[in-house]
Design a protein around this ligand. Sequence first.
Ligand code: HEC
Length: 183
Amino acid sequence: MRASLIALPVVVLSLTMACGGSEPAPKADAPAKPAIEEAPAKEEPKAEEPKPDLAAMSPEEQLAHLMALGETVYKTGGTGGVACITCHQANGQGLPPSFPPLAGQKEWMGSCEQHAGYVVHGLKGEIEVGGTKYNGVMPAQGNLSDEEIAAVITYERQSWGNDYGLCLPEAVAAARKAPPAAH
Ligand code: HEC
């Protein structure tokens, strides 16, 4: 009788510790705190929005940031570009035989710099994509920022079944200095 009266609180206590001690404890605390720590809690998201520092991000954060910005540039043209969606379409399939698809296997997608070069310098002359010949003019959009171009090509590389990984602004800067890449 006595033994079980003592044992019960011990079991309850150790269960409480096992649950509370696992790891949600500090996280569960955080949302409850803003009243006290209002200033630092607000500073963090603000610092991330206007001036995102790609170099300080993990690869996952870089990808998330570039995908979000890239989708905007693709759909709106960003700061002074021509919305890619107009010609290459929402599904990345283009409009054959006028505008080539961006979805699908492309050897040159292995190189961020080559890919960025098509956006920085534009592209014209006959090319063949997926067995269809195109001979159009892709407008040069070097007026977009390095980060916008890195973002929009990351968006292309990771959308519509493409899976080529992200591109960073450094590759765009290199493409600006290089002559237009051959297709
Ligand atoms: C006015 C229509 C138009 C717009 C807007 C446009 N493109 Fe293009 N794009 C083309 C055409 C046309 C070609 C093919 C050029 C050729 O025939 O040599 C092309 C080719 C490309 C290629 C090479 C495709 C391949 O398979 O080799 C890429 C990459 C590309 N565009 C990306 C973009 C991105 C990114 C944007 C937005 C920043 C964009 N384009 C906006 C018309 C456009």
